[in-house]
Structures are given as C-alpha cells and as structure tokens.
Design a protein around this ligand. Structure first.
Ligand code: IMP
Ligand code: MG
Length: 176
C-alpha cells in the first residue's frame, strides 16, 4: 500500500523480508572478514540507527558499537563545507573501524568525514551502507558492504526520512 508523508506519495519498494535477508547476508560476510579483530562499528546518526541495530544483531564475532552525528559547517572557500563528527569519544588508534551509513547518495558526507577517521590512525576502515545510488555519486566513496544499489530516486523507511518522518516504516518506500 502507498504511504503519504506530508505532500508526497511513496510506493512499496523493498519489503521488510527482503531487507532482513540482505542485512543478514552482510552480517555473515562481516563475521567472516572480522573474526578475531574485535571491530568497532560506528553508526552515523540519525539515518543508520535501524540498519546498524539489525546488522549488529547479526554479528557473532566480538564487536563494539558506537554512534556519532555529523555536523556540516562552512569551511574556507578552498575546503568548502566541512563535516565534523559529534560524539566520537573512542580511541580509534589501531582499531578495525566499520562505518555504518544509511545511504551513499552523492558521497559528499562520507568523503568529507573519512579523513577525520583516518587521522586517528585506525588499523583499517571499511564502510557498510544500507543503500547506494550509483548514478548520484559525485565523490569517490567505496562501500565495502552494500545491501541494495538503487536508482536515483528519493526513498523513505527503515531509518531514512522525508523531512523527519517515515523512519519508522519497516520497509523501504520510493517516491511515486
Ligand atoms: P550524500 O552526502 O550525498 O552521500 O548524502 C547522504 C545523506 O543524504 C544520507 O545520509 C541521507 O541523510 C540523505 N539522503 C540521500 N538520499 C536520500 C533518500 O533517498 N532518502 C532519504 N535521505 C536521503
Ligand atoms: Mg544520513
């Protein structure tokens, strides 16, 4: 069934069952890749909180999780907008970091934030994203784990919002 959020109508796109199956597949790969490494999973709020929770529940390896918020502010004209992390208290040095995002759209958010992670000298950095829109990508960001590659259209549900709403929808919906 279609859902209306504010002024827009969305149609069902990826079911809760399909999502859960795909997220579990990613967890199985992550378990194999991170055995004995005690990864620190870093979820990017707000959008990733549901994906991060489901993915993390699928992990059987020892793993820690923490969440950060990204705030973007105007840098100098040469640096453009700068993205900085709020709430990153963990020591990342020599840790295996797995960043968890809701969606890589243009790639701008992650590409401007990743240097901040690398500056803290982690042992490794990988990215898990629930969605990516390959056609929208403008910055060089590579997702190591991606549940679904989708067309360049606006989606809501499973943590993703339209103007703050729709995050609680258990399935993914796409703009009609
Ligand atoms: P990027 O910096 O362009 O990769 O943008 C990523 C951010 O834009 C995501 O973390 C989302 O908050 C938001 N975003 C991009 N596309 C969508 C969408 O289709 N639905 C909801 N949020 C989106
Ligand atoms: Mg987001």
């Amino acid at each position: 069934m279609d859902v209306q959020i504010i002024d827009k109508v969305f149609r069902p796109f990826i079911s809760a069952e399909q999502i859960s199956e795909k997220v579990q597949e990613l967890a199985v790969r992550i378990n194999a890749d991170y055995a004995g490494k005690r990864p620190l999973v870093i979820g990017i709020l707000n959008g990733s909180f549901i994906f991060a929770a489901d993915l993390f529940r699928g992990l059987t390896v020892d793993a820690e999780i923490s969440f950060i918020k990204l705030a973007s502010y105007k840098g100098t004209s040469s640096t453009g907008n700068v993205v900085t992390a709020i709430g990153m208290e963990e020591n990342l040095k020599d840790r295996h970091i797995l960043i968890v995002e809701d969606i890589i759209d243009t790639g701008k958010t992650l590409s401007s934030f990743l240097p901040e992670i690398h500056a803290r000298q982690p042992a490794s950095v990988k990215i898990a994203t629930f969605l990516s829109k390959p056609e929208a990508l403008q910055h060089e960001v590579h997702a190591d784990y991606c549940a679904f590659e989708i067309e360049n259209k606006f989606v809501v549900g499973y943590g993703l919002d339209y103007d703050g709403l729709g995050r609680n929808l258990p399935a993914l919906y796409i703009l009609k």
